[in-house]
Design a protein around this ligand. Structure first.
Ligand SMILES: *Cc1c(COP(=O)(O)O)cnc(C)c1O
Length: 392
């Protein structure tokens, strides 16, 4: 299977047809599995014989999703989780211990920051936040007990690009793991493992599903790390993906490459249009030649992605008025959906981040984030124009 191109893997990898000869993947909504004998049960429980045991950690539908995503990311193994957050939690709980240190980009998903500052801290794991783009800062704060480097690229919501090859070089030199949350790009646009990452994290909730139907996550990497550590933790702690959700994500993966191409095309058109609008102060999109890291973005990702952020001229009230004037767009913090969504990061996704940290991360009160969906781009522009035109 691994010799196929990614578009084919997304549709066909990881599935074994049952005796019913179905063409679309079956769902296995079963909590447990039956054994032919007591001896077989014992062999399954001890791990001597491979096979299904209990759906907290082995389920055929979930396994199909795991194998498909692993092949798409170019990793040996994948473990699916109940959410993107539980993918991050499971990775850190499995691989770190009290006294360990993590270096993370400051430009990460707001809830991940809360997880680090509030919960990992309780267990004696310290996280130092650095600039996404300043390599010397990463190098400076790495300590002998640093076990992992963590980032998302492009970042949410400012689309800052991290130099993955350079940061993976630092990780190798310091003997620590390099972990990349690949939620924004998906393996269709960017494969972090090929650029030196050890572990890729996903929120399947976003583009992998693509139609806003379910919550899920995944961790992809080497068999040694994913199976022996992350799945072992998952098996014990239980943040597992349900077979129903795995099936939804499988159907999502089937159309991922065509959806990503369409998201990227519309996002670029929207970013260009916003750049020309007199009520807009600044646009953030890696596919614009004006993006400060356009060259690096071109090397790492095959297209700009589906997320566009911009600062309106003014403050929170101007940003909110643009959002509130929309008739068609969904005012919601979710992203990666066929439905275009609009959000005010400072008061939603990043509201639990300390105000000073928020400003440091560039999440100003006049910032608006759009996850560009698959409606007509002309309708999306018209809906935004109604609020923007009033600000001129
Ligand atoms: C949404 C998101 C997460 C968390 O995923 P959930 O599925 O909502 O738990 C993690 N990282 C990024 C970049 C996200 O956008």
């Amino acid at each position: 299977m691994s010799s196929f191109n990614i578009e084919t893997l997304a549709i066909r990898a990881g599935y074994e047809q049952t005796h019913e000869q179905e063409n679309s993947e079956a769902i296995f909504p079963t909590s447990s599995f039956r054994y032919q004998s007591a001896a077989q049960a014992a062999a399954r429980f001890s791990g001597e014989e491979k096979g299904n045991v209990y759906s907290r950690f082995t389920n055929p539908t979930v396994r199909t999703f795991e194998q498909r995503l692993a092949l798409m990311e170019g990793g040996e193994s994948c473990v699916a989780t109940a959410s993107g957050m539980s993918a991050i939690l499971s990775t850190f709980m499995a691989l770190l211990k009290q006294g360990d240190h993590v270096v993370s980009s400051q430009s990460i998903f707001g809830t991940t920051k809360v997880l680090f500052n509030k919960y990992l801290a309780k267990f004696g794991i310290e996280v130092t936040f650095v600039s996404q783009t300043d390599l010397s800062e990463w190098e400076r704060v790495i300590q002998p007990n640093t076990k992992a480097l963590f980032l998302e690229t492009p970042s949410n919501p400012l689309t800052e690009i991290a130099d993955m090859k350079a940061i993976s070089g630092l990780a190798k030199k310091s003997n620590c793991l390099f972990i990349v949350d690949n939620c924004f790009c998906t393996p269709i646009l960017q494969r972090p493992l090929e650029q030196g990452a050890d572990i890729v994290i996903h929120s399947a909730t976003k583009f992998l599903d693509g139609q806003g139907r379910g919550i899920g996550g995944a961790v992809v990497g080497s068999e040694a790390v994913v199976e022996e550590h992350v799945r072992a933790f998952m098996r014990t702690a239980g943040p597992s993906m349900s077979p129903f959700n795995a099936w939804i994500f499988l159907k999502g993966l089937e159309t991922l490459s065509v959806r990503m191409a369409a998201h990227c095309q519309s996002a670029l058109m929207l970013a260009e249009w916003l750049s020309q609008h007199p009520a807009v102060e600044q646009v953030f999109y890696p596919g614009l030649t004006s993006h400060p890291q356009y060259e690096l973005a071109c090397q790492q990702q095959s297209s700009g992605g589906g997320l566009v952020s911009f600062r309106v001229k003014g403050g929170q009230s101007e940003a909110w008025s643009v959002i509130d004037q929309t008739q068609m767009l969904s005012i919601t913090a979710n992203l990666g959906d066929v439905k275009t969504s609009i959000t005010h990061p400072a008061t939603t996704t990043h509201c639990r981040v300390e105000p000073l940290d928020r400003i440091k991360a560039g999440i100003t009160d006049n910032l608006v984030r759009i996850s560009v969906g698959l409606e007509s781009i002309e309708d999306i522009k018209a809906d935004l124009a109604s609020g923007l035109d009033r600000l001129i």
